[in-house]
Structure formats: structure tokens, C-alpha cells
Design a protein. Structure first.
Length: 418
């Protein structure tokens, strides 16, 4: 497989080359057989005509009692038995056989006494002609097959490279890079006819542009709604604080707080979507940071430090990620909830029913919950987005013995320090 080609593209090129080779071999064999048969029939026909002509002259000389010319005789030595039998039965015929170490064309006919009058014609030149023709056919077929395969592989490789580029862009789009485009040259040159690969590339570029436009519109709408809600919610919160203490007042304040939290989450998601977040990096000790997050959450969460580590990270964003994971574990999982620090790897595990299958397979999706769970599905979405900003990897899974496990793998600075 050539460098730069993926395995599937290499397999396609190999299959195309094999198909081209087989078709070329079949065509070369067919043409070779046709040429061989045609030339052989012509050569043998000429030799047979010459032998039968000499046999007619020998027959006239034999019947006239004249001396036979050299190469003619009655029942001569070396006459093939099959031709001798044919002549003895009263028929004329010809046959090619080896005689005295060289190819010979025999012609024989009947004479008196059920004997055979035969003549021999040297067939060496014709045999060499046919052998040379066969050799030329083989050489020319081999050269033609080799040249065709090279040209075919070159053409197929160009196609597979373009397909590989299209597939690579499709994978980038699937991971969220909506700026990725194929930009196939054939899609820009309207004077040249487009092939199927160019049509697929153009369709993919159009799809990416449309998807990007719709996603940007959705992000702008989310940000605009969150901003518009922020001002009246601030006034509503202030008004709720002025209400006299009562059960209805508590309910109002609780709902206003939930709306403010939802609005702030939407604003944070809109900032993450637009990529406007910037890191404020500092050195943090993960064990101490984990304990601080648990204290701030006000939950019964066990902190286990298997192996402490110091990492270069944004403290506020890391606290946001771990805080959301702990809150989600208590809200949707079951006790006990354990936060474990093992070097740059931090896990949050509960002992509930575990994450839904769609979440483990595709990650959290905003405003999607299952199994009667409450909430908006924004906590884990924000945690995943902030982890990406940190350059960390957040993986969701389920423990074998039950419970959800969120694993945060922080990047490690491997450069030597003075």
C-alpha cells in the first residue's frame, strides 16, 4: 500500500489493479489465440498446398514410369502410420510430424497395390515463423498488460486519494469541525465535466455549509434568549426577595433560582459553542482541589487520593467540571458517591443505575434525559465542553458491578522543567 493512503483506499487500488490485470490478460489471451490461429492456418494452408502440388507431380511421374524427384517415394521411411493408412484406403491427405530431427509436412495418396505414394516438404521455416509469432505475442501482451496496469493503478490511486480526502473531511465534520471542506478542484472548474467523486465532494461541502449555518443560527438564538431572559430574571429575583416569608414565597424563590441557573447554563453553553472561552492557567494540586469541590457541593462525597498530582490547568473550569460530575452523581445516581484522584486521572463514581446507553455511546446531549430523570441534561454537557477547553478527555461509562463512572483524564506537561 502506498504511503498516505488508508487501508480501505489501498484495498480498493489493489482490487482495481487485480481487475484490470485479469481483464487485460483475458483480452491479450483472446487476441493472441485469434492471431495465432489465423497465422497458423495460413502458414499450414500454404505448406499443405505446396505438398499436395508436389504429390500431384509425383503421381503423374509415377504413373508415367518416370523417376521420382528427391523427397518423393512409395511407402517411404518415416511416413506417419496414420497417413499411410489413409492413403492405402484410397484417400489423399497431409500431416506434420518430426522426421530426421526437423518438422516435415507429409502429403500422401494411393497408388496400385494399396500402397502409398508420399512426398515430404521441409516445414522448419514455417515452424520457426509460428514459434516467433507466439513469442512476439507473449512479449507484446506482457508489455501491454504492464503498461495498462500502471496507467490503471495511477488513475485509480488518484480517485482513491480524492475519496480519502472526502472521507477525512467527513470525519472532521462528524467530530464538530464544521469549517472543514473538501474543495475538490473539479467542483470549482465549471468548464470541466464533474465525475462521481467531485459530485460527492460538492454534496458534502454543501451539507457542511448548511449544517454550519443552522448550528450558528441555533447558537445565536440560544445566546440571545439567555441574554434576554437574564435582565427580567434579575428583577424577578429581586422582587422575590422582597416577598414576606411563607411557603408560596419559598416556592417562588426556588423556581426563580432554577430559572437563573438554567439561564446561566445556557449562556455558558453558548460561549463554549462559539469557542470564546480562554484559559487562565495555573498550577493546581488535584487532591486539594477535589476536596474543595466536594466541600462547595455540600454533598456526602468520599474523596480518595490514590496518587496526588500537580497539573497546569484552569482552576475555575476544572472545579466546574468536577462540581457538575459530583452534582449529577448525587442527583441521578445512588450513594455512595466516590471521587478518586489517581495522578492526572480523576473519576467520579456513584452506585445507581448507571448512565443511559445513548450517553455512553454518544456523550451527553442537552435537554435529553431518560428513565424519568429530572433536569435539562446541561450539567454533563457543560462538563464535557469545559473539559475540551482544558484539553482534557472526559469519558462516560458504567461499572461492571453497577453505577455510573465518569473519568476525567487531564493533560500532562511532559516537557523538562529547569
Amino acid at each position: 500500500m502506498k504511503p498516505g493512503l488508508p487501508r480501505w483506499a489501498g484495498a480498493l487500488a489493489v482490487k482495481a489493479a487485480a481487475f484490470i490485470t485479469v481483464m487485460c490478460c483475458a483480452l491479450a489471451a483472446l487476441l493472441g489465440v485469434l492471431v495465432h490461429v489465423s497465422v497458423t492456418n495460413q502458414t499450414v494452408g500454404q505448406a499443405r498446398g505446396l505438398a499436395l502440388s508436389r504429390l500431384a507431380d509425383a503421381t503423374q511421374a509415377y504413373e508415367a514410369g518416370d523417376t521420382l524427384l528427391p523427397g518423393a517415394g512409395v511407402d517411404p521411411e518415416g511416413l506417419p502410420p496414420a497417413l499411410r493408412t489413409l492413403a492405402a484406403s484410397g484417400e489423399r491427405g497431409t500431416i506434420v510430424s518430426q522426421h530426421r530431427g526437423r518438422p516435415t509436412m507429409w502429403a500422401a495418396g494411393p497408388v496400385a497395390g494399396h500402397r502409398a505414394l508420399a512426398v515430404e516438404v521441409d516445414y522448419s521455416q514455417q515452424s520457426r515463423t509460428i514459434a516467433g509469432l507466439d513469442k512476439s505475442i507473449l512479449w507484446s501482451s506482457g508489455l501491454a498488460i504492464g503498461a495498462t496496469v500502471l496507467v490503471g493503478v495511477f488513475a485509480v490511486t488518484r480517485v482513491t486519494r480524492r475519496l480519502h480526502a472526502t472521507a477525512r473531511v467527513a470525519r472532521r465534520i462528524s467530530t464538530g469541525d464544521l469549517d472543514a471542506r473538501v474543495d475538490d478542484p473539479l467542483t470549482k472548474d465549471t468548464s470541466r465535466p464533474q465525475d462521481e467523486v467531485a459530485a460527492v465532494a460538492a454534496a458534502l461541502d454543501i451539507m457542511a455549509s448548511t449544517l454550519q449555518s443552522k448550528l450558528l443560527s441555533e447558537q445565536r438564538f440560544t445566546a440571545d434568549v439567555a441574554h434576554e431572559l437574564r435582565t427580567p430574571l434579575t428583577g424577578l429575583h429581586a422582587a422575590a426577595e422582597l416577598l414576606p416569608p411563607s411557603r408560596p414565597t419559598e416556592l417562588v424563590r426556588d423556581r426563580v433560582a432554577a430559572l437563573r441557573t438554567l439561564t446561566e447554563d445556557l449562556l455558558e453553553i453558548s460561549r463554549l459553542d462559539t469557542g470564546r472561552e480562554r484559559l487562565e492557567v495555573g498550577t493546581e494540586e488535584l487532591g486539594a482541589l477535589a476536596r474543595r469541590v466536594v466541600r462547595a457541593s455540600g454533598t456526602e462525597t468520599e474523596v480518595r487520593v490514590v496518587r496526588n498530582a500537580r497539573v497546569e490547568t484552569d482552576r475555575r473550569r476544572l472545579e466546574r467540571v468536577l462540581g457538575n460530575l459530583v452534582a449529577n452523581a448525587h442527583k441521578h445516581g445512588g450513594p455512595p458517591v466516590v471521587l478518586t484522584v489517581d495522578g492526572p486521572v480523576v473519576t467520579v463514581r456513584d452506585h445507581g443505575e448507571g448512565y443511559p446507553r445513548y450517553l455512553v455511546a454518544h456523550g451527553p446531549q442537552r435537554f435529553r434525559t431518560e428513565g424519568g430523570a429530572t433536569g435539562h441534561g446541561l450539567g454533563l454537557t457543560i462538563a464535557l465542553g469545559q473539559a475540551e477547553v482544558l484539553g482534557a478527555r472526559l469519558v462516560f461509562g458504567n461499572a461492571v458491578d453497577g453505577g455510573a463512572v465518569a473519568t476525567l483524564i487531564l493533560p500532562v506537561d511532559e516537557s523538562p522543567h529547569p
